[in-house]
Write a protein that binds this ligand. Structure first.
Ligand code: TRP
Length: 334
């Protein structure tokens, strides 16, 4: 039986936070354990360059994100875990695809449209500060996906359009040069929680409201204490469904713990007490992984070695495939 290929990339521009963990990393690692799937996870450092021109930031983020996935138990024997920039076949394919992708299609990409709209509303030239990288972002992403014949691409809602563009570009290529690429599908899982941040809005780096995943215990406690609540006193019944504390609780608790906390809210648990219990719950789930994470960060050459092994695996697929693609487009030895 052939396996379903699942692939997703993580842009290396930040330190993973609880929202990334609950919304993406935890479900990805869980699903990679299924017998009938073959998972590809990679550090999208070439994509990171689009948003970030600080070398140190990109470098550190790459190390932290790799360490995070490894510490959380990603099985690198069962999956293919690699760094985008280690696979030279990807940028090569990106160029080939960009010669097929319609410019008009790229004009409609949300990220590009948002940038031009913001410029226009400020009275600037629409393309002010828009780089070619930003504009062709979806083509590089298409190369990431099509290179490995991914069937399913788990992404957040904001990335769904990019996967559809990859599909569109693949279909064009297949139509012109013959059946080559698998047509990928975006998988947007609405059942995983979009976590709220400290201020109650979606937890996101751009809102500066995140709780970093592997904070030391004391700092984790401090962050949890900063979660916005209302002025209800101990003893006042509280509405769990209107509370970030409860929402976070739900993301880490099992069913009986959720039911228990619901009752505690009805009984008027004090905010301080609810936060203390939340801290303990989250800390219990992360404690061990945090230790492994620290150890990995202390020996980056260990991480590097794992990434190099991942690159070998990835290139064992990419290298023959790009040869085949070159053949199809007429670029091969005389
Ligand atoms: N653009 C994605 C994001 O910002 C990251 C990414 C790069 C990706 N290449 C990919 C995701 C290929 C899925 C498949 O989240």
């Amino acid at each position: 039986m052939s396996k379903v290929r699942v692939l997703t990339g993580i842009t290396t521009t930040g330190t993973p936070h609880l929202g990334n963990y609950v919304g993406a990393i935890r479900p990805a690692i869980a699903s990679s354990k299924a017998e009938d799937t073959e998972s590809f996870f990679f550090l999208a450092d070439l994509h990171a360059l689009i948003k970030c021109h600080e070398p140190e930031h990109i470098h550190n983020s790459t190390r932290e994100i790799a360490a995070t996935w490894l510490a959380l138990g990603l099985d690198v024997e069962q999956t293919v875990f690699y760094r985008q920039s280690d696979i030279p076949e990807i940028p090569e394919l990106s160029w080939i695809l960009s010669c097929l992708a319609a410019k008009g299609l790229m004009n409609r990409a949300h990220a590009y449209k948002a940038a031009t709209a913001a410029n226009t509303s400020k009275g600037e030239d629409p393309d002010f500060a828009v780089t070619m990288g930003l504009f062709s972002y979806p083509v590089l992403m298409a190369a990431d996906i099509l290179m490995f014949g991914a069937h399913a691409v788990p992404v957040g809602k904001d990335q769904k359009q990019h996967v559809e563009m990859a599909r569109d570009i693949a279909a064009r290529f297949n139509h012109h040069y013959g059946e080559t690429f698998v047509l990928p599908e975006a998988v947007v899982d609405d059942s995983v929680a979009v976590l709220q941040g400290l201020d109650g809005r979606k937890m996101s780096k751009s809102y500066h409201n995140t709780i970093p995943l592997f904070l030391p215990e004391k700092q984790l406690r401090k962050h949890i204490n900063k979660i916005k609540t209302n002025l209800l006193e101990p003893g006042d019944p509280k509405d769990p469904d209107d509370s970030t504390v409860f929402q976070l609780w739900q993301a880490f608790a099992d069913e009986s713990q959720v039911a228990f906390m619901r009752e505690e809210f009805a009984r008027g648990i004090a905010w301080g007490e609810a936060k203390k219990q939340l801290y303990e719950l989250i800390n219990d789930e992360l404690k061990q992984a945090r230790e492994t994470y620290r150890e990995l960060l202390d020996s980056p050459q260990k991480i590097e070695q794992i990434l190099q092994q991942g690159a070998i695996k990835a290139r064992s697929i990419a290298s023959p495939f790009i040869k085949q693609i070159r053949q199809s487009i007429g670029i091969y030895p005389l």
